[in-house]
Design a protein around this ligand. Structure first.
Ligand code: FAD
Ligand code: DHB
Length: 393
């Protein structure tokens, strides 16, 4: 088997890269270890920056998103049961779109398969070779047979536990990590949203986030400890806890409903530098992880892919390799800004167990500052809706 760009992983990064390259006439094959149903059903992020929306439209996969996505012009911060609105439209003239990662993934898979693209699901034992030379190869197992994909470049879009980053010689990589002493319990429920915009809540029992997927589906998150088990969190307990943490009229309006999915996500900040080794390029979660509080993970993956697709297209259409050479540095400038913002939103809104009470008072002062200051709100809004893309080439 041979292709131009061999892509490991069919998450948002791998799928979008494949779609953008296809539109530029560049051939790809995607190798994915899970089944199509598993990949399409994985409930994760929900907030798209305007730049992400624009790129999905540019990639000709925006039709359903334009119809079903919910455009939000602000968010609420809840403190002591009172809501404080951050008005993105007034502060920075922009908005975000609430449209689930599951839906982005389904739209991309459908678009790729409609053009006859090759996505090989349920492969095992993927290994990457020769990326320090001119002829990289990806070996993998399929239906009990060992196969080989020869390519010009490998895109490591295989998420945080993938094989690509791990195949880079350790000495060539610098990693940065911060682990937080808490996790998020997330629940998708069949119940109408309690507000028309997202609510990020600080509470002494811990952080809570009220989000949504549609006018009939809500997505709830509450801070919990990383070692808790799902069976300790029956649905009613999650609703009770959320009610306590939202407080006020929001709590009174909260409707319960059937649970469609529930999971616990540990919280971590992580960056591996650089994001390129010879002919292997890392994109999305394969290179970096953010805690989800700023809704940046998926958007950052999309931003990497935008840079990579343009650089690969320039290589194939005009023989230029300067954009490929600049890939890692270009992406990392945005990555570190999103790292900072995600760390900041996380630090602002979560309870840190066992912390010096002084730090708790400073945290409270900072929230009060944010909800009372237009300058502080503008900084939050500018980052939340997405910093402008750096123009390349
Ligand atoms: P992924 O979506 O992880 O895709 C990687 C793909 O590679 C997967 O399909 C995987 O099966 C495949 N793969 C892995 N290893 C191999 C291998 N060896 N061979 C072949 N295929 C392989 N972000 C937010 O903004 N908000 C959230 O609420 C949020 N919640 C999250 C919850 C969880 C549990 C996780 C893990 C992430 C969450 N994120 C969230 C982050 C966001 O979902 C990711 O940033 C986004 O999925 C990144 O896309 P990606 O394509 O780079 O990686
Ligand atoms: C969602 C997830 C986030 O991490 C976030 O900050 C906002 C919304 C969501 O899944 O809807």
């Amino acid at each position: 088997m041979r292709t131009q760009v061999g892509i490991v992983g069919s998450g948002p990064s791998g799928l979008l890269l494949s779609q953008l390259l296809h539109l530029q006439g560049v051939e790809t094959v995607i190798l994915e270890r899970r089944s199509r149903a598993y990949v399409e059903g994985r409930v994760r992020a929900g907030v798209l920056e305007q730049g992400t929306v624009d790129l999905l439209n540019e990639a000709a996969v925006g039709e359903r998103m334009r119809r079903e996505g919910l455009v939000h012009h602000g968010i609420h911060i809840s403190l002591d049961g009172r809501l404080h609105r951050i008005d993105f439209q007034a502060l920075v003239g922009s908005a975000v779109t609430v449209y689930g990662q599951t839906e982005v993934t389904k739209d991309l898979i459908e678009a790729r398969l409609a053009t006859g693209a090759e996505i090989v699901f349920e492969v095992d034992n993927v290994t990457v070779h020769g990326f320090d030379g001119a002829r990289p190869k990806i070996r993998f197992g399929q239906d009990g047979r060992r196969r080989e994909l020869a390519c010009d470049f490998i895109a490591g879009c295989d998420g945080s536990h993938g094989v690509c980053r791990q195949s880079v010689p350790q000495a060539a990589l610098t990693t940065h990590e911060r682990v937080y002493p808490f996790a998020w319990l997330g629940m998708l429920v069949e119940a109408p949203p309690v507000a028309d915009e997202l609510i990020y809540a600080w509470h002494e029992r811990g952080f809570a986030l009220f989000s949504m997927r549609s006018p009939t589906r809500s997505r709830l998150y509450i801070q919990c400890t990383p070692d808790e088990h799902l069976d300790e969190w029956l649905d009613d307990r999650v609703f009770d806890e959320l009610r306590l943490r939202l407080g006020g009229q929001t709590a009174e309006r909260l409707q319960t409903g059937r649970c469609l999915e529930k999971g616990i996500t540990p919280m971590r900040s992580f960056v591996a530098e650089p994001m390129r080794f010879g002919r292997l390029f890392l994109a999305g979660d394969a290179a970096h992880i953010v805690p989800p509080t700023g809704a940046k993970g998926l958007n950052l993956a999309v931003a990497d892919v935008r840079v990579l697709a343009r650089a690969l297209a320039a290589f194939y259409t005009s023989g230029r390799s300067d954009l490929l050479d600049a890939y890692s540095a270009t992406c990392l400038r945005r990555v570190w800004k999103a790292q900072r913002f995600s760390w900041w939103m996380t630090s602002l809104l979560h309870r840190f167990p066992g912390r010096n009470p002084y730090d708790d008072r400073v945290q409270r002062a900072e929230i009060e500052y944010v909800v009372g200051s237009r300058a502080a709100q503008q900084a939050l809004a500018e980052n939340y809706v997405g910093l402008p893309f750096e123009e390349t080439g």
